[in-house]
Design a protein around this ligand. Sequence first.
Ligand code: HEM
Length: 424
Amino acid sequence: MTNVTLPADLAEKLVTSSVYASGELFDTYRWLRANNPLGVAEVEGFDPFWVVTKHADILEISRNNALYPSAVRGTTLTSQSGEARARAITGTPHLVRSLVQMDEPDHMKYRLLTQAWFMPANVKKREDDIRALARQAVDHFAALPGECDFVKDVALHYPLRVVMNILGVPEADFGRMLRLTQELFGASDPDTERFKAALSDEQFAQLLIGVVQDFTDYFETITADRRANPRDDLATLLANAEIDGAPLPPFERTGYYTIIATAGHDTTSSTAAAAMWALATVPGLLDRVRADLSLVPALVEESIRWATPVKTFMRSASADTELRGRQIKENDWLMLCYASGNRDEEVFPNPDTFDIDRKPNRQLAFGNGAHLCLGQHLARLEMRILYEELIPKLKSVSLAGEPRLSESFFVSGLKSLPIAFELN
Ligand code: HEM
């Protein structure tokens, strides 16, 4: 059996956000899957953590929430000083408490508040509204002069509009929500303005707390408004929701709004952009899908696998256990590397090839088990509609510059995709 501790240089890569914006990430994961698929990363400033790179192990851990809970330790990779700061402020390892940071029985009580809303039958009722937003996005695209940055001009805005409409955030505040999301998920990216001034871990943590406070202030105003003036939106549902006969406590209420306002668009934006990246670079793909629009769902599914925008979530162990022949101890911390599971050669032949003929496509970018992404049906629907509207208009597309990815070991994806295109 290989040494349980990962080579120091590889472990270091896993906590280096710039690695997540380059092909180095996939080289690292490929090496880990082949040589040490379940090993421990020991990096100065971080508690040691298991690095889970195999598809089967990610599923096993995600499906067994009692053994691998989410609430006990940080759900995103956090330095020791970052975690200490969170504990000092919230009394927990988390800066927010959303569904993602909860275990049973709380988790299911909270999830049930909105679960029916996110089920396919209900989400489908929004199809006409979403199609209208997709048409606006495509009209905007079609009016561009044959070259654009597809992320900045299209992909960033359409999923934002979809989720903000559903949540009930007024249009004047969309820009603010986009900036706060980028600050929360992309704090480590060098382009994220608010964090440029952070010289120390301490300052970085302070700025992150500021982001959470901004979300809290914003959603407290929305809550007061929706209690006075209920409407047909998710904000009204959350403002008036009750758990065990009482309104949601403020910490949990902010967490709920925040996860929908953030998880609901950044992930979908980078996946929608990844589909365009594939159309621009995979020979024959655009012609094939344009000739047969029933292939759009397969294009979307492979783009989700390809992009895997949520790179990692963390779990801990609630008891001593064994996995892949390794002895995991109670309270050990584990990193689920979704982007590695989605390129596991045991599940996906030629995993580095973009292939819309994968059947079944067992991509796990939405996680699995109790925390399986609540927004997965909405995400698929909105991407399908966008490409059903866009592809018939698109005659050709090619790259017009270097694609750039955001630097984050949590949520990362395309932040710039320069393309040249012709319309039919
Ligand atoms: C949970 C990925 C889109 C809302 C998750 C999780 C992943 C994920 C991996 C699991 C977290 C865990 O196991 O701890 C994605 C990807 C998306 C996407 C890849 C798009 C391509 C959305 C959208 C929404 C959304 C559009 C809502 C509008 C949520 C919520 C949870 C969640 C509320 C928490 C569920 C729970 O803990 O019970 N997502 N997501 N997501 N996602 Fe998504």
